[in-house]
Design a binder for this molecule. Structure first.
Ligand code: MRU
Length: 349
């Protein structure tokens, strides 16, 4: 099967694969306005940090098509729309990164609204293309860390579905396979939204990758059996000191990996690094609907009225991370320094 397209642009419309309906059916949602784009992010029809960023970029292009007036009116209209898109999900920094990139392109481009619309669309298309290129580089660097054969544990979905294509953590898996290595993936189910069960297994099975679905609570036992060579996950935001926000449960995996002497890698593009956030303590953590825990497939699985805490992400302290696999190379601790070097344009190998 051809690799799945997470999103694409056609005839002034954005088409987004509805991930809430996977793995049962493949249905694309059409976004005709920036509000549609905001809605697909908010409702997690699209999810995964780079994919959210790309949808936000095209959302702003849709907003540009809906906005007129002279240059000043047009630019201030865009700022308001960007603010609405930014409010959809708080943790993944790629959202802010993509919106700021489009806004600054608009500010730096001379011309009227019609000129700017053309340039903004080209910029959104570039974001999409560059994300795939970044993921391929992440894959190539990450492959160097993968033994043959390899048993790889991952959490959530950091694959083609979470990006513009190829994936970050699953990009490492893909690159290792392309290099001819024998790879077996263990996919945590990833309660409560089930990205691992619904998406990672589906994405890998479509390409014939050997994958085993695990309840989240199995990871420690699996590691104790010495059945895991490495853990690789994605990231929603990497702070300046290398602390990583990623899907809830990632921190527990990192602690387990350390206890069992297993390397713990985080794969992320530079667009996920946030130099403006000093440490993980400052990363805003999204809390989602209690219904994700009290109900399963629409049926109650907890007593009515029970108190619920449902953070969607956690923070893994930099000390538990063996290396950050980025599109500018494999970063080793101390991350504060290696991150500063790559953000300054350097390359780490
Ligand atoms: O809530 P989600 O599904 O958007 O969370 C996704 C993750 O936590 C991913 O691991 C992360 O965004 C990296 S995707 C390349």
């Amino acid at each position: 099967m051809n690799r799945v397209e997470t999103l694409f642009w056609k005839n002034d419309r954005l088409f987004v694969l509805d991930q809430t309906r996977l793995p049962v059916e493949m249905v694309y949602v059409t976004c005709e306005s920036y509000r549609d784009a905001a809605e697909v992010i908010r409702t997690m029809k699209v999810r995964g940090a780079p994919a959210i960023g790309a949808v936000a970029a095209f959302g702003l292009v849709l907003g540009a098509l809906e906005t007129g007036g002279d240059r000043e009116t047009f630019l201030s209209g865009l700022e308001l729309i960007a603010g609405e898109l930014l409010g959809t999900r708080p943790t993944a920094v790629n959202l802010r990164w993509a919106l700021e990139r489009i806004l600054s392109k608009a500010a730096d481009t001379p011309g009227d609204a019609a000129d700017l619309r053309r340039v903004l669309l080209a910029e959104a298309v570039a974001i999409l293309r560059e994300d795939v290129e970044a993921n391929r580089r992440i894959g190539a660097y990450g492959n160097e860390l993968v033994p043959d054969p390899a048993r790889i544990l991952t959490h959530c979905n950091a694959g083609a579905l979470a990006t513009a294509g190829y994936g970050t953590a699953l990009g490492v898996v893909r690159a290792a396979r392309e290099a001819g290595k024998r790879v077996k993936v263990f996919a945590d189910e990833t309660r409560p939204f089930m990205q691992g069960a619904r998406l990672t297994t589906w994405e890998l099975m479509c390409e014939g990758v050997e994958v085993v679905l695990l309840a989240d609570s199995v990871a420690g036992y699996l590691m104790a059996q010495k059945d895991v060579d490495l853990v690789v996950v994605g990231a929603d935001r990497v702070a300046a000191n290398g602390d990583v926000a990623n899907k809830i449960g990632t921190y527990g995996l990192a602690v387990l990996a350390r206890a069992h002497g297993i390397p713990f890698y985080v794969a992320a593009p530079l667009s996920t690094i946030d130099p403006r956030t000093a440490s993980g303590r400052e990363i805003p953590i999204e809390e989602r609907d209690p219904g994700e825990l009290t109900h399963f497939c629409g049926r109650p699985i907890a007593p009515e009225g029970v108190s619920v805490w449902n953070p969607a992400f956690d923070v893994t302290p930099n000390a538990l991370i063996t290396a950050l696999i980025t599109d500018a190379g494999v970063l080793k601790p101390p991350f504060e320094e290696s991150l500063r070097r790559v953000l300054g344009g350097g390359q780490e190998v």
